[in-house]
Ligand binder design. Structure first.
Ligand code: FES
Ligand code: FES
Length: 162
């Protein structure tokens, strides 16, 4: 077994896992964080997307052992008990998702994009979501939701500065 200690959604967590355990499996089975989904298991669908040290990653492709000392953000870390994260709120308001399977991954890719680039172009949004497969929405409403999220997050920042 390999011991791993990392930060997940701001909390220090530890687990002892077999060395071949992926980050996705550890999140779901050791920590009961089931927002990230197992779709293809080979890096093609993006359903397992989480953020590691600020970068969106396919958690099915990372080994848990690679996470020692690192920081992971999952979909469970976005909302507070009384408030959705602005990205979640925009996806809800724009009716951008039809299922909960691709949704967490799409939202985490959007978060990584907006953290790095608060005012992305449509091309940049498309590029950021290119690894997240959805077979039903056609992406237009997702792009709209990311644009709305960007506005809401910029608004929140200027409120804090004022
Ligand atoms: S389950 Fe990880 S990319 Fe599909
Ligand atoms: S909305 Fe989830 S696969 Fe299309």
């Amino acid at each position: 077994m390999t011991d791993v200690t990392l930060k997940i959604n701001g909390e220090t967590r530890s687990a002892a896992v077999p060395p071949e355990t992926t980050l996705l499996k550890m999140l779901r089975e050791n920590f009961n964080l089931t927002g990230a989904k197992l779709g293809c298991d080979v890096g093609d669908c993006g359903a397992c997307t989480v953020i590691v040290d600020g970068m969106s990653v396919n958690s099915c492709l990372m080994l848990a052992a690679q996470l020692e000392g690192r920081e992971v953000l999952t979909i469970e870390g976005l909302a507070t008990p009384d408030r959705l994260h602005p990205i979640q709120k925009s996806f809800e308001d724009c009716a951008s998702l039809q299922c909960g399977f691709c949704g967490p991954g799409v939202i985490m890719s959007s978060k990584a994009l907006l953290d790095a680039n608060p005012n992305p172009s449509v091309a940049e949004i498309r590029d950021a979501l290119a690894g997240n497969l959805c077979r039903c929405t056609g992406y237009t409403k997702m792009i709209e939701a990311v644009q709305e999220s960007a506005k809401a997050m910029r608004g929140r920042k200027s409120e804090r500065v004022a």
